[in-house]
Design a protein around this ligand. Structure first.
Ligand SMILES: Nc1ncnc2c1ncn2[C@@H]1O[C@H](COP(=O)(O)OP(=O)(O)OP(=O)(O)O)[C@@H](O)[C@H]1O
Ligand SMILES: [Mg+2]
Length: 267
């Protein structure tokens, strides 16, 4: 279980101003919200990558901030973080990149290590024989995201934090990554928090959806509750696909009007 208790964080300006949220063990929760509202910052307070100015974050009842370095290490061992950008080491092979997700000091040439790497690649539907020795530059964007995911799951974390796992992917890769996130959860019972811009993905794969806005959680509820909420800000997000379609229609109508005007003006 993860508990965010009155979490405050400011840089030059306040970013988080009192976030309260409990994520149950085995739950999948998505966080949506406008760009720059602190979604990534909130995620990073979970395992001590960022320290809250006020409040606390507890993982299975323990605080990374108040319970000492030993606890911080234990929490970091439990929590896997899938970064917003795949953040692979460019000069290292896929195999070496994935080994970076294992405890320091493991010998990459040992059989059991290679087996774990191969298993992690298979878990993300990549063929180990094909990609193991490639460099990140030789992979497509979707494949890099998968390798990033493989590096995170290779150590079998109990908690997975995903920062924009599908941003920049085409619809086919988006659907594939969504399926992977669901499969990993079904296979391992992992607790997951997913920060995403993709509302459809959030509604599809989550038990609950949270909307972060102006430093606090404006809404937390099931996908059904999200879609039924009368709150205008939630509506703006839930209807974003409709809003985008409306915008395209308006642009097309404008273009048609312009074309008509030009035709009328042409003698
Ligand atoms: N390490 C940092 N130092 C200074 N400012 C930071 C740092 N990390 C984040 N910020 C600021 O905090 C705010 C929230 O950033 P954050 O990355 O959490 O936004 P976000 O909701 O994840 O946005 P996006 O959807 O674009 O990823 C931004 O104004 C950002 O500039
Ligand atoms: Mg972010």
């Amino acid at each position: 279980m993860i508990e965010y208790i009155d979490v405050h964080k400011a840089f030059d300006v306040p970013v988080l101003t009192g976030v309260n949220l409990t994520v149950q063990t085995g739950e999948t929760l998505s966080i949506v919200g406008p760009s720059g509202t602190g979604k990534s910052v909130l995620l990073k307070t979970t395992n001590g990558l960022l320290v809250p100015d006020q409040g606390d974050v507890r993982v299975d009842g323990e605080s990374a901030y108040f319970d000492g370095d030993e606890t911080l290490r234990r929490i970091r061992g439990k929590v896997g973080y899938v970064f917003q950008y795949a953040a692979l080491f460019d000069s290292m092979t896929v195999c070496e990149n994935i080994c970076a997700g294992l405890p320091l000091g493991v010998n990459i040439r040992e059989g059991w290590v290679l087996e774990k790497v191969a298993q992690a690649l298979e878990d993300v539907n990549l063929d180990p024989r094909q990609v193991m020795n490639k460099l990140p530059a030789e992979l497509s964007g979707g494949m890099k995201k998968r390798v990033g995911l493989a590096r995170t799951i290779v150590g079998r974390p109990e908690i997975l934090l995903y920062d924009e796992p599908v941003t920049g992917l085409d619809p086919v890769n988006t659907a594939a990554v969504s399926r992977l996130i669901r499969d990993i959860r079904e296979k391992t019972g992992v607790t997951s928090i997913i920060v995403t811009h993709d509302i459809e993905q959030a509604l599809e794969i989550s038990d609950r959806v949270a909307l972060l806005e102006h430093g606090v959680l404006r809404f937390v509820g099931t996908p059904g509750e999200f879609q039924a909420s009368p709150d205008p800000v939630v509506r703006a997000f839930a209807d974003r696909r409709l809003a985008a379609e409306a915008a395209v229609r308006i642009m097309e109508e404008d273009a048609a009007d312009l074309k008509k005007d030009m035709e009328e003006e042409t003698p």
